[in-house]
Design a protein around this ligand. Structure first.
Ligand code: AKB
Length: 317
């Protein structure tokens, strides 16, 4: 049995889908155990509910898991529809992971945080790593608490938990779901289908975003960094690029002048307005060498090409 077995929880989600593939190319398919609420035999995803503590412990023990990526969470927009449920899943899942990791001597845990931890009374441009965290959503509140628990388990139990604050993540391999930044993925699907895109944010709402490959690279890099380089045990700010709906739409229109967007802001506008517009990620750059590779023009080039392919190979998708 491989001695460095890895468990990905939430492997069927937007980031998990791509992360599992990358981890399998690095560590080998048999070392990476992909799990989610639904099984997917094609992608070798097994059923595991992170809320089932006994099932989680058995899985970790049986498969000699040494590293966990805990990606399962209810995101900002979906969380606001049912705050208590979102809190229970986000906190209950994290506690199960942290407690089981200590019990079975898991070496490292990855816990994603988010730009949703930020709220009032901070600079919204180049938001620094260490500022008061007063989020306006249950998702943000749960991630602030989660960051503090991550640091607590590191200090009290020596559990090596590592975390970055993801901006909105944009990739073509999977769909986003339940977030406020999802429009920046959905827009490419509308373009590929020749549809007018109805944007749920106002046109000048600028938010921090990141291309999927950069997001995966950051996740792998922080997990592979020497322990002594991880100086921040809550969570590291992470930046890729920042743009507003009108800016991404005009990049798309440079490549497809027929593309049309209309703006119909809904409840997600207030969430977006409470978040930073750009992020200072200098601590991640200094401590473990983070550097994004993709800007907005690169992202639009790749997304338009790849998302269009999805619809030409499978016109019903
Ligand atoms: C969301 O929009 O809720 C997420 C996030 C920024 O964490 N994509």
């Amino acid at each position: 049995m491989n001695q460095h077995n890895i468990l990905v929880i939430g492997a069927g989600g937007q980031i998990g889908t791509v992360l599992v593939e990358k981890l399998r190319t690095i560590y080998g398919s048999s070392a990476v155990f992909a799990t989610d609420l639904k099984e997917n035999p094609d992608k070798h995803i097994q059923i595991l509910d992170v809320m089932d503590r006994e099932g989680l412990e058995k899985f970790i023990d049986k498969n000699k898991i040494r590293e966990i990526y805990h990606l399962a969470a209810i995101l900002s927009a979906r969380g606001e529809q049912n705050p208590k449920w979102a809190w229970d899943i986000n906190m209950g899942g994290l506690f199960n992971v942290l407690e089981s990791a200590v019990k079975y001597k898991v070496e490292k845990v990855f816990y994603p945080s988010t730009i949703a931890v930020f709220g009032k009374h901070i600079p919204l441009e180049n938001t620094p790593n260490h500022v008061p965290l007063t989020p306006a959503t249950v998702y943000g509140i749960s991630k602030v608490a989660g960051e503090l628990w991550a640091e607590y388990y590191f200090n009290k139990h020596g559990l090596d938990v590592r975390s970055v604050r993801y901006p909105g993540v944009i990739g073509y391999q999977s769909l986003a779901g339940g977030g406020t930044t999802d429009y920046a993925v959905d827009i490419f699907h509308a373009e590929a289908k020749n549809e007018v895109f109805e944007c749920f944010l106002a046109q000048n709402t600028k938010l921090p975003m990141i291309y999927m490959d950069d997001c995966i690279q950051a996740t792998i890099d922080i997990m592979r960094a020497p322990t002594e380089n991880i100086k921040c045990r809550t969570s590291y700010n992470l930046a890729g690029m920042s743009f507003s709906p009108v800016e991404i739409a005009s990049e798309i229109q440079k490549r497809n002048p027929n593309f049309k967007i209309v703006y119909q802001p809904d409840f997600r506008q207030a969430i977006a307005a409470s978040w930073p517009q750009s992020i200072d990620d200098s601590e991640a750059r200094k401590d473990w060498g983070w550097k994004p590779k993709y800007d907005l023009a690169d992202l639009v080039d790749i997304m338009m090409t790849e998302v269009r392919k999805l619809y030409t190979t499978n016109p019903n998708s």
